[in-house]
Design a protein around this ligand. Structure first.
Ligand SMILES: [Zn+2]
Ligand SMILES: [Zn+2]
Ligand SMILES: [Zn+2]
Length: 299
């Protein structure tokens, strides 16, 4: 349901991270820019304001992606769409790594507050009323985005920060269950607010939040299944360094049968299909089976 590379086009690549823009962004941008009247002397300023907000959302998402890479995680894709941005981050499965990957996004908005305040101060000294008006609007929306993102409603940033803090206390799986349950309760409240404000945007966003919570429950379930299984010796995930669990946990993409890829050497025992990469049930990353082999200790 969240936007992917499909229906999006690449704007640029920075520090190994591709920035994509979803087509629906243009529709909403055109609507936002043309429908607002009266605040500026020229409608060009509506466009400037919208593009500035676009830049702020982009910097927020780069905050997530760069922090995730810093702690050794995977992050190479950001897609911007009318509901904001999505940074596809996969930090290593440690609470501290998740906490930093999530907190770095809102931190960008925090840093922008004094910068925008300074610019308003300068504009007041010699800028046109349009510049001042534009900067003030951007200042308020930046603060609004910061506060909204920090609501403790999973999977908003605040909810994910709460989850990573709970992870320190009650573990990876239970923290996800608790955060998702609180997220659903929060989504119910947001739905009430959306109805009260008669805001279709907030309604749609609430739908995505509820969907994110449901996904949270599902992956907590999957984690719980894997957690207590015995582990294979001689192998470790090259990304998270956890030994893979024993069991028929891998599904063949061709014949749909389940098998234990570490027993069969990344070959489906039912149809003979070979797999160039093996997914880690703990961190979700794909690596070739050869990279999972632990070298025997030198004698
Ligand atoms: Zn964020
Ligand atoms: Zn097969
Ligand atoms: Zn792993």
């Amino acid at each position: 349901m969240t936007p992917t590379r499909q229906g999006s086009f690449r704007l640029f690549r920075l520090a190994g991270i591709d920035l994509y823009l979803h087509w629906s962004w243009f529709l909403v941008a055109a609507y936002q820019i043309t429908s607002r009247k009266g605040e500026y002397t020229s409608p060009v300023w509506n466009a400037v304001e919208y593009l500035t907000l676009f830049a702020i959302v982009m910097m927020h998402e780069f905050g997530h992606a760069l922090a995730c890479r810093q702690v050794g995680g995977q992050a190479d894709l950001i897609v911007l769409w009318p509901l904001g941005g999505v940074a596809y981050v996969n930090p290593p499965p440690r609470p501290g790594a998740l906490l930093w990957s999530i907190a770095a996004g809102p931190l960008v908005n925090v840093v922008l507050v004094p910068i925008l305040s300074g610019l308003i101060f300068l504009a007041k000294a010699g800028g046109s009323p349009d510049v001042i008006e534009c900067l003030r609007t951007v200042w308020f929306i930046n603060v609004f985005l910061l506060v909204f993102n920090l609501l403790p409603i999973y999977p908003l940033d605040g909810g994910q920060i709460l989850r990573s803090l709970l992870w320190f206390v009650c573990g990876r799986t239970r923290s996800l269950v608790v955060a998702s349950a609180l997220g659903l309760a929060g989504a119910a409240c947001l739905l009430g607010v959306a109805v009260w404000l008669q805001s279709p945007w907030l309604g749609i966003l609430t739908g995505f939040i509820a969907l994110g919570c449901w996904r949270g429950f599902r992956s907590a379930q999957a984690l719980a299944r894997v957690q207590d299984l015995p582990r294979h010796t001689g192998f470790a995930c090259p990304a998270c360094r956890v030994a893979p669990p024993q069991g028929q946990l891998w599904q063949c993409g061709k014949c749909r049968n389940a098998f234990d890829t570490f027993v069969t050497g990344a070959v489906c025992p039912h149809c003979g299909e070979k797999f160039p990469a093996t997914g880690c049930p703990d961190c979700g990353r794909l690596s070739p089976l050869s990279a999972w082999l632990i070298a025997p200790p030198k004698l």
